[in-house]
Design a protein around this ligand. Structure first.
Ligand code: HEC
Length: 123
């Protein structure tokens, strides 16, 4: 009898931990979205005005880093579900988790904000 009770207690404890982490993911994680495509020529032009030094090549590098890293721990995030001004802090935090360098984090951030503005502009 004692043995059964202990087994039950252990089982419900791991169920509790599973439930807690499911709630954590549901509570903190924004909507998942499709893998974003490359930035258009218009997007490149706007981005290079917004951030001097940003080019089609740097946006492509940011896109490739995003595709390679940003679905490793969760699905690709929906870029439009996060406000433009919230992305810098999040990409800094996530880039650290993904062990990207500060320069790589900048590439990803500029890609994310450019691709987001293109998605938002679409009807
Ligand atoms: C090593 C694992 C890991 C990698 C790699 C990773 N993430 Fe995350 N991400 C998490 C975890 C865990 C959470 C939920 C907890 C949190 O917000 O820190 C999260 C949450 C998020 C959120 C929600 C944050 C919020 O405050 O709403 C966004 C957006 C996000 N990730 C984007 C990204 C992007 C973009 C990348 C690629 C640079 C990335 N993640 C790479 C683990 C990761």
């Amino acid at each position: 009898m004692k043995k059964i009770a202990r087994k039950w207690a252990f089982g419900s404890m791991s169920y509790g931990i599973g439930l807690a982490s499911a709630l954590l993911v549901a509570g903190c994680y924004p909507k998942a979205g499709p893998a974003p495509g490359p930035v258009s020529a218009n997007g490149v032009a706007r981005a290079s005005t917004r951030w001097p030094g940003v080019t089609g090549e740097s946006l492509t590098a940011g896109h490739d880093l995003f595709i390679a890293n940003c679905n490793r721990c969760h699905d690709y995030p929906d870029l439009t579900a996060v406000a433009d001004e919230k992305w810098p802090a999040i990409v800094n935090r996530m880039g650290d988790k993904a062990e990207l360098s500060p320069a790589q984090i900048d590439l990803v951030l500029h890609f994310v904000q450019t691709a987001r503005s293109e998605q938002v502009a679409k009807p």
